[in-house]
Design a protein. Structure first.
Lengths: 210, 278, 210
């Protein structure tokens, strides 16, 4: 099979799908030893000036309509209109601070997260629960999903706009969630990074699942 | 434009619809406030700080505190119900204000007033920064609004791992719904093992007869109980019993420090005034 | 607007449309006086040797995977299916209560579990049989698989949100508070897989799995 034929296969698969496909998944469809990255690069160049472009989102590949045609194609989307100011702000906090607990979101916004905010974001499949933090109370942490990255055209959460500036300004430092923390000078102890779960407590569980 | 040239540029900025300036804007800068529009005390502080028209790092915390306290007073005057969050913040800011106004005492255990003010500024800056990011994020080209994926997708072989279209949301929703139904279907109310107030009063009055001096209430607790639930119940009931007996004049209570042990002493029948200091 | 730009617009519209578009519908999207037929012809030629082709069906236009590559796409009956409500609920109960027997699932759900429900879940490789419980009748117990964890992006079954977290996220919104208190009383039940296993019945289970 020549290179052109392999490119046609990837083109057909990517064109037919409305979800991004990983290069690994695509590689399974072309003969072994094909340079899938090179094929994808070539496809991307082929489409760069067309009405549809091949883009890399969430570490995967997808065809979508060209960004500069947005003004012609724009539609007000149901999902977005439904989002409240609180939900948008919560989404941004989850995106930039992930993994983040509910208490931390409340601390940053200075107000409790109303019921329905998180489940609206989860229903939109933009937010999901991650692992539990290994601190007292074992609170659930939240993060963004692949759908979130795809929706906003990001390859990685590291590509979030202005992330490094936030970091440099110290705004992504550990959030002290003790109530009225303004008065409290204690070192926050719940902010240890999430460790991969591997303690004995759980290991029997793990094995049961394998 | 009667305010003069220096304010000219600012006049063009859209006023925050949630804060409407009253009357002819006397120096007091009075505010009418729509509480519903705000998302908590930090939101109010952030909005108020904008009226100072400077970098958040350079805002006058003292002015901000005054504005916030005025906001809370006015809201209360208008009989708007303020959530506890707003009042807690008001109390804290009043404390901060007094610290900022009074000369600082040397105290290593306490955080300095400047440090407290800096922390507040930090929180405001952090919220402001995340808001800016939220706005940037939402203004990005979005799939389904600005850019579109294939309108007639076909399932491709490479998605074979996902046989069923089921999201975490669906799964959790199903479990929650199940739990909801279960709650309606069968309600088991377990009889809790409790130590009643009557039992406690009877135990305490018996034992107070034996102990003449001040005695830690803890020492009247039964020692042979292992059930943690029951121990809690006994503590609560014994505490209530001691209050009850103090109320009817059968015992005196004293506690020397907050969260310290509670001492109890039986009152003799021929009780004199000088015993009343406890 | 030059011809190429008009071609790009048609290309994007045809790509994003959920149904074939007539040349009249397309003509409305490009400046008046454009030769829409010529644009479509040009687009058709552009795609004729690609992995996707522009085809005219019943007077309307659409993109379609090249006929020689149709083998890449799934057949109709293999499309993603929706799980039944009963199956989703059963899956959730297995996830939260594993290891759990069929009789226990029935008791929890209050209705009998049809054979098909478990089969569907096992065929999806989300549920698997664990070991037999050492109680009269030696009933089979069920639990979730690694595929289940992968699909839902969990590290561990411990990462499933507990009842209080479901409540906080708004999932249990329509339950009144008095009932919620009762639900909370049930919580130790939820945590069952989490606790160090020490009751005899389950420890035999555990050994069998490890």
């Amino acid at each position: 099979m020549d290179n052109y034929e392999q490119m046609r296969i990837c083109e057909a698969l990517l064109f037919a799908s409305d979800r991004p496909l990983s290069s690994i998944a695509l590689a399974e469809q072309v003969p072994e030893g094909s340079d899938i990255e090179a094929i994808l690069q070539e496809l991307q160049i082929k489409y760069q000036n067309c009405g549809v472009n091949l883009v890399e989102v969430a570490g995967k590949w997808m065809f979508q309509t060209a960004a500069d045609l947005a003004f012609l194609l724009r539609k007000e989307e149901e999902k977005e209109r439904k989002l409240s100011r609180a939900a948008i702000e919560t989404l941004a906090i989850i995106a930039y601070h992930q993994p983040v607990t509910r208490a931390e979101i409340e601390e940053i916004r200075g107000v409790s997260v109303s019921k329905g905010t998180l489940d609206v974001l989860m229903e939109a499949v933009w937010v999901r629960s991650l692992s539990r933090r290994r601190t007292p109370g074992r609170p659930m942490t939240y993060g963004t999903t692949e759908d979130f990255l795809v929706h906003f055209g990001l390859n990685n959460v590291k590509d979030l706009p202005g992330l490094s500036e936030l970091k440099a300004a110290g705004f992504l430092d550990n959030v002290n969630t003790s109530r009225l923390n303004l008065l409290d000078d204690d070192e926050p102890d719940e902010e240890q990074p999430d460790l991969p779960i591997n303690d004995e407590e759980i290991s029997s569980e793990d094995q049961a699942i394998v | 434009m009667k305010k003069g040239l220096e304010n000219k540029i600012e006049e063009f900025e859209m006023p925050d619809p949630r804060i409407t300036k009253m009357d002819d804007l006397d120096k007091e800068e009075r505010l009418i406030v729509d509480i519903d529009g705000f998302e908590g005390p930090l939101d109010v502080l952030l909005t108020l700080s904008r009226t100072q028209k400077v970098d958040l790092k350079q805002i006058s915390i003292l002015d901000l505190v005054k504005q916030y306290l005025r906001f809370v007073t006015q809201a209360t005057a208008l009989r708007l119900e303020l959530a506890a969050d707003y009042l807690v913040m008001a109390a804290w800011l009043a404390y901060l204000k007094s610290r900022l106004l009074l000369p600082e005492e040397e105290n290593e255990d306490e955080i300095s007033a400047e440090e407290l003010a800096a922390r507040l500024t930090y929180q405001l800056e952090r919220l402001n920064a995340i808001r800016e990011r939220a706005a940037i994020l939402m203004s990005r080209n979005q799939i389904g609004r600005d850019m579109f994926v294939r309108g007639t997708p076909e399932a491709v072989v490479v998605t074979r791992h996902h046989t069923y279209d089921l999201s975490m949301y669906d799964l959790l929703k199903a479990y929650a719904e199940h739990k909801t139904r279960e709650a309606v279907a069968d309600i088991h109310i377990f009889k809790r093992n409790v130590f009643t107030l009557d039992q406690a009063i009877s135990r305490l009055s018996d034992m107070l007869g034996l102990a003449l001096d001040w005695t830690n209430l803890e020492q009247f607790m039964p020692t042979d109980i292992e059930d943690q639930q029951l121990i809690k119940s006994i503590k609560a009931s014994m505490f209530s019993a001691s209050l009850e007996m103090a109320k009817v004049g059968k015992a005196d209570l004293v506690q020397k420090q907050i969260f310290g042990p509670l001492f109890v002493r039986g009152r003799k029948q021929n009780y004199t005034k000088e015993d009343d200091n406890g």
